[in-house]
Design a protein around this ligand. Structure first.
Ligand SMILES: NC(=O)c1ccc[n+]([C@@H]2O[C@H](COP(=O)([O-])OP(=O)(O)OC[C@H]3O[C@@H](n4cnc5c(N)ncnc54)[C@H](O)[C@@H]3O)[C@@H](O)[C@H]2O)c1
Length: 336
């Protein structure tokens, strides 16, 4: 099978995950690693027999390269997506699309104009349990969706400065979950109300960020979704969702790390949940990349795509405004 040559921008946490998953594919070849951090970039490129550069343009000028994974810091996604679109590359962009709604819109405009495949890294959609909930809603098992509840509490978080560069809690973590809610509700978001603060790390406030938040999101259909976010737990990476409809309720439950229970006297002690997000969701990064390669090979549309990224970004920006003002905020939908 001919291998699609890929450039990877960003050799950090997510870049290393994508590099490993690309290396495991028979139809892909990691040709370039681009990073402004030479030590990181060189090490990752060396580990996969790829070339290293600090210049996105140099990698994009390689006529063999057909696809780019954008795994750089959120605040430079826009520059990288625009360069990739101009070069006619298929793009897999990590979430969030950008650090602003305008930036995300410019990215979507550029990929639409270029007509390239443009995936967004909403890997949660590829989780087997979340996807089964989606498919059973689509099959009508619980009737029209009325309420959704999504919980995401990280086991621990980056420093306030690093977390801010990633986009802050409401964008960085939130976009995964607004996308899931829209996908499951099968409706467009219209208004969001959020409340958040720094309950355990005042340092986040210096960057206009929060460590704890709750949101209420309203859809055109009338359905409501609630979100419960935290940057730390005392018991592992905690993520669940449930969807309530007229004919029943579907849940994507907590996954235990192992299926072991100790029964002793009047107590039962069971295995806990995964220690971190990667342990819980590792297979979803592989599946999301597989869907991207199917789209690139088949010349078909990717789902989720950058427009899904823009929708989630619109929710995120409205949620940030709501938390700052204490008022519900209408969601900008003129992009659709
Ligand atoms: N889908 C997911 O579940 C998931 C998980 C983690 C991170 N992410 C996203 O991936 C992105 C990166 O996150 P991370 O945790 O890997 O961050 P990171 O800080 O570990 O890595 C980012 C890398 O980008 C590089 N970089 C910054 N500016 C650059 C530029 N101009 N040109 C080239 N390289 C540049 C940095 O040097 C760094 O090596 C973020 O947008 C984040 O939200 C997504």
């Amino acid at each position: 099978m001919d291998r699609i040559a890929v450039a990877l921008i960003g050799a950090g946490v997510i870049g290393r995950i994508h590099a490993r998953n690309l290396a495991a594919r028979a139809d892909a070849r990691l040709s370039w690693v681009v990073d402004v951090d030479a030590a990181r970039g060189r090490e990752l490129a060396g580990a996969h027999g790829a070339r290293y550069t600090t210049s996105v343009d140099e990698a994009l000028a390689d006529r063999d390269v057909r696809a780019v994974v954008v795994g750089s810091s959120t605040d430079v996604h826009e520059a990288h997506v625009l360069a990739c679109a101009a070069a006619g590359m298929a793009i897999y962009c990590e979430k969030p699309v950008s650090d602003s709604l305008e930036g995300a819109r410019r990215c979507v405009d550029a990929v639409r104009a270029a007509g390239v495949v443009a995936a967004i890294g909403f890997n949660r959609r590829f989780d087997a349990s979340h996807r089964e909930v989606h498919d059973r809603i689509a099959a009508g098992e619980i009737g029209p969706v009325e309420l959704l509840h999504l919980v995401s509490r990280s086991a621990g978080s980056a420093s306030p400065a690093d977390a801010a560069r990633a986009g802050g809690l409401i964008r960085e973590k939130g976009t995964h979950h607004y996308d899931l809610a829209c996908w499951l509700a099968r409706s467009e978001p219209v208004e969001v109300y959020g409340s958040g603060g720094c309950l355990f790390e005042p340092g986040y406030a210096e960057f206009g960020d929060v460590d704890t938040a709750v949101l209420v999101l309203q859809f055109v259909s009338g359905a409501r979704a609630t979100f419960s976010f935290s940057r730390r737990t005392a018991y592992g990476f905690d993520e669940t969702l449930e969807v309530f409809g007229a004919k029943g309720m579907l849940q994507s439950l907590r996954h235990r790390e192992r299926g072991v229970a100790l029964w002793q006297g009047p107590r039962v002690s069971e295995s806990g949940i995964h220690g971190g997000w990667y342990d819980r969701f590792a297979p979803t990064y592989v599946a999301a990349l597989a869907a991207f390669f199917d789209a690139v090979r088949g010349g078909t549309a990717m789902s989720p795509d950058l427009t899904d990224g823009l929708r989630a970004q619109a929710v995120a920006e409205a949620a940030r405004e709501s938390i700052a003002t204490g008022k519900p905020v209408a969601i900008e939908t003129s992009w659709n």
